[in-house]
Each structure stands twice: as structure tokens, then as C-alpha cells.
Design a binder for this molecule. Structure first.
Ligand SMILES: [Zn+2]
Length: 90
């Protein structure tokens, strides 16, 4: 690896790209590398993933346990409520 971990901005761009197309192996690894050390981006990716899945009404990817998924959903729900509060009371 020549380059250091990508920035949050870059990671977010990769995530956006991933919505529309498959990432190259290198970008996919770099994205994961960034996520492994960046909590805000982990939250972001969870939201994107869950929103994408619910938008497509597809079953969750079977990579994490049901219990973990449940925890993630609850965390996401809290996040989303916070977002909603901000929108209602700017
Ligand atoms: Zn980040």
C-alpha cells in the first residue's frame, strides 16, 4: 500500500460510487480500510446500506448476525430520529 488511508471525503465519494457501480478491488479495499478506523464513516455506511436495502426491499446481506443487524437497526433508528428532529427544529 503506497497511499495512506483515504480521507473521509474520499471514503464518502467511494460510497457514493458504490451506490451506482461496483468499486474496483483497490477502491473497495481502501474504503474498507478507512471504515475500519473511522467511526463516523461506519455510521454513514450503515445508514446508506440499510436505507438502500429497505428502498429495494431486499433482505439484508447475510454477512452479519441477526443480533448485530438488530443492533444496527436500532442505532440507525436513533440516528434518523435525530435527523428528523433537526429538520423539524432547525
Ligand atoms: Zn471517515
Amino acid at each position: 500500500m503506497q497511499r495512506l488511508r483515504p480521507s473521509c471525503k474520499e471514503a464518502t465519494e467511494l460510497l457514493t460510487q458504490r451506490e451506482h457501480t461496483r468499486l474496483s478491488l483497490v477502491n473497495s479495499v481502501r474504503l474498507r480500510w478507512h471504515l475500519s478506523g473511522c467511526e463516523p464513516c461506519q455510521h454513514y455506511v450503515l445508514q446508506v446500506d440499510i436505507l438502500t436495502q429497505s428502498a429495494r426491499s431486499a433482505p439484508p446481506v447475510g454477512q452479519i448476525s441477526t443480533e448485530a443487524q438488530q443492533r444496527l437497526r436500532e442505532a440507525l433508528k436513533r440516528e434518523m430520529n435525530r435527523e428528523t428532529d433537526r429538520e423539524i427544529h432547525p
